[in-house]
Design a protein around this ligand. Structure first.
Ligand code: 5GP
Length: 170
């Protein structure tokens, strides 16, 4: 597989994002990160290690893909949050925004739970694929329309453990 983003490049960008996020919130306020499973787990774990102790976290699971590489546009809710979002500074942590359908759906649900603020951090964005407009406040890398794996992203549950991002040869 061709490497699109090597591990060192990802690590340094994620550190930058962690610092940017911390700068954007008053020092007295907690930042509550909501990781979207499964793809967001590696991004989340590096992001929080670049941040101070005023961080709390929770996990949510949705799926918009089956075992293939094409979006069905259908989003299934598989695991809900454990704690309330009310009056918290929430950041959704996602692996990739592609058509935007998953994120749009998620943002609507989370906004209805009355967070104080709601922002989104995505490691990757494929703007050429967007079907709906969706705000993303922190983007690691903007990429072309290629199906990528690694650093949390899978193809049929494989490759999530790669420390880099690679283009899947079809
Ligand atoms: P969207 O709803 O924006 O079309 O899709 C978002 C979800 O689709 C992501 O969270 C991810 O799980 C999956 N996805 C989109 N593009 C890719 C890709 O290039 N590689 C992988 N592995 N998953 C992708």
């Amino acid at each position: 597989m061709n490497i699109l983003l090597d591990a060192a490049t990802i690590q340094s960008r994620v550190k930058e994002l962690a610092q940017e996020i911390e700068r954007d919130y008053p020092a007295s306020e907690e930042i509550h990160l909501v990781c979207v499973l499964k793809g967001g787990f590696m991004f989340m774990s590096d992001l929080i290690r670049g941040m101070s102790t005023r961080v709390s976290m929770d996990f949510i699971a949705v799926s918009s893909y089956g075992a293939g590489t094409k979006s069905s546009g259908e989003v299934r809710f598989q695991k809900d949050l454990d704690t309330s979002l009310e009056n918290r500074n929430v950041i959704v942590v996602e692996d990739i925004v592609d058509t935007g359908l998953t994120l749009k759906y998620l943002q609507e649900i989370l906004r209805s739970r009355a967070p104080k603020t709601l922002r989104t951090a995505c490691l990757l964005s494929k703007p050429s694929r967007r079907k709906v407009e969706v705000p993303v406040d922190y983007i690691g890398f903007t990429i072309e329309d290629r199906f990528v794996v690694g650093y949390g992203l899978d193809y049929a549950e494989k490759y999530r453990n790669l420390p880099h991002i690679a283009i899947l040869q079809e």
